[in-house]
Design a binder for this molecule. Sequence first.
Ligand code: 3EB
Length: 314
Amino acid sequence: MLFNYFSSDSPSDLYKLRETLAVVNFNTDCVASPDGAISSGLRIFGEPVNEVWGIRGESIEHGQTGRCSWRQSSEIICAAIWLSADECADIEASTQDAYAEILATLSSQGYPYPFRFWNYIPKINHGDGDQEEYKKFCSGRLQAFRQTNLAEESFPAASALGHHTHGGVVYVLSSKHTGIHHKNQLQTDAYKYPRQYGANSPSFARATSITVENQDLFFISGTASIIGHKTMAVGDLKGQLDTTVNNIQHLIDHAKQEGCAASLKTIKAYIRHEQDLATCKAFLETRFPDTPTIFLHADVCRDDLLVEIECFFG
Ligand code: 3EB
C-alpha cells in the first residue's frame, strides 16, 4: 500500500524505516543529497517538514543508474534526476536528456509506466515568448516523450513549478502496469493548448488513477485557475482559488463516477507571493479541513497564475 505523509524527522531517520520509498525535502539547494533526500529547491512555509512516500509492509531496494537515483518496491519505483545549474542554462536540451535518461531507467528497472511526475526548475518565468524557461522545458520534455514513443494519451499527471535556487530536479513514480490518464472537461487538454502558450505544449494529464495491489490511487496534477485554455481571475487571488478548487472538485467527482475508491490524503499548494499565504491557508482549511496540506513558495508556470494545487488520494 502506497502512503504519503509529511514529517519533520530528518531524511536519514526516515530512510531508516524500511517502508520509505522517497523523502522529498525543502529549504535546501536543488542538488542530489548524500542522505538520499530528493531535494526540491523549494521553500516551505511554516514548520519545515519532508514529503514522505512509503509502501506499507515492504522493504525497499535502492540504487543508481547513470545520473538517475531510484528506490523501488515490488510494484512501484520512485526515480529522480537533477539538472546542474550549468545544465539549466540550456533547459530545453537538458530536460530532454534528463527525461530520456529517467524513462530509460524506469524501463530497464522493469517499471515502464510512469504515473506521476514532479518538475522543479529555476527561473521558470524568465525569458519572453517562446524563450521563456517553462516553454523551453516543455519542448525538451515533449521531445523525450516522442523519442520514447509515449503517446499523448499516456502522458501522466504532473506538476511543474519554479523555485528560487539553482539547478533542477525531476522525480517520478512509475509502475509495472499502466494507469488511466484523465481529462478535465472544464479545461483544454494541456497537450492541446493553442500555439500562443508555446511551440510545444505541456505534456501531462489532468489526473492519473492506477490500481496497485488492489489499492486505488488517484493523483491530481498541479491545478490552477484555467478554464478552457485561459487563465481566469487574473490578479484576483480569491477568484483563482475558487476556480482552482472547482477544477479539482470536478476531477474528484469524475473519478468517483468511474468507481475510484481512493480518498483524499494530502495536498501540496504552491504559492507565488508570500503575502498570499494566509488567504490560501484559510481557504484550503475551509474546503479541506481534514487533509494534511503543505504550502510551498514557488513560481507557477504561467506568470499570471498565483497559485497551483495538487492532491494525492490513496
Ligand atoms: C496548467 O494547467 C497549469 O507542465 O507539467 C500544471 C501542472 C501546469 C503541470 C506541467 C503545468 C504542468 O497548464 C500549469
